[in-house]
Design a protein around this ligand. Sequence first.
Ligand code: SF4
Length: 441
Amino acid sequence: MRDKYKIGTSTPLSANGEHNRTIGILSLGCPRNLVDSENILGRLSLKGYSFVDIDKADIALVNTCAFIEEAKTESIAAILDLIDLKRKGKIKKIVVYGCLTQRYKDKLQKELPEVDAFVGKISLNHSLKAWRLTPKHYAYVKICEGCINNCSYCIIPKIKGKFASLDIDSILTKIKRFDKNKVSEVNIIGQDITGYGLDLYASARLPELLKNIIKKTKNIGWIRLLYLYPSRINDKLLELIKDEPRICKYIDLPLQHINDRILRLMRRNTTKKDILRLIDKIRKKIPNAVIRTSLIVGFPSETDKEFRELLDFIEEVRFERLGAFIYSREEGTMAYSLKGQIPAQMKRERFNTLMLQQQRISEGVNKKFLKAAIDVLIDEPSSCAQGLGEKEEGSYLGRSQYDAPEVDGLVYVDSKKTLKPGDFVRVEITDTLEYDLVGKV
Ligand code: SF4
């Protein structure tokens, strides 16, 4: 059974004892989906449902992803696993949520009659009692749904519909609750958070929202911004990131490519010149910031020369954090009908070439941290740190402000003092790896 974010208790905990029907959930895909899953559980707990392991539940929920082929395959496989459990009488009902339903409801209903319900879009309004699926010390807050952009390869605008920002007060209510519960790190997410407010307030309000969050909270140590759209990053936002110690010096900047012809075909509303100017500005304004980006290789008609240009670009910029995707031809997107679709083998080769180059760059970037002292957020005790530190010292896994949960590197921490998830500690870096760091408190 896939173990991506699911509830893990064996005894049913009844919220108000009305009935003891139990729910189990599997949340696939991105952190935005995770927030939806937390809201679903929040609402269900108010209705008296209790939560157990998904393979022991009366009602099994799966929140699916349909962004690219790989994600669709994973979602379908998860549903088939649940159908298998239902046939064995282990679970009674299956409810499929999320993007796969949003995209293929009619087809799924025909092909998977064992599924009891397909539920599409989940509203943005935060449940008053969202049920957390992340570890208690960090949380995701989704501030907007849908996307204001229309990249030619992306199906999300069609799945998620019109861009919608959540009002500032509702967001602050949720964040103040996290602050009261001493959550150490809050990750602000959306498809493109730089567009926050453009619909609701007719102007971009991310800096104003962040100032409110900073003013109205005191326990949250780190505020991390995920999914910043390059052409909407302005000086006001960069100044705030630079000046506010609690905002992570972590610039998550999905760029997708650097060649102008490809950027135009991708409908990214930006150019190579703009991107280089923006990166230069970030490096100058916030010298200790790390830049994370994501790139697509094998976009239709991408030539060897254009791919070379992409490799030269990452060599020049030396991104501290980088994720790459192999272009996935998605029906319903503009790029689906573009000429010059690249053969799968060549896409794979380009992906491997790029990631190997980035591995070398990341190793070099990490070396800069040797002997440095950095703040680390402890995530959990580590059982695999043996050999990286003396056994008698407690070993922990943590992250620096430069590492987002689930996607970036780790810091292996040795400490004589007992630490717990959510603790911030000052760590001296004693060794560096390709993506991770090693250190002692
Ligand atoms: S910015 Fe582009 S790639 Fe990202 S969600 Fe929006 S349309 Fe999709």
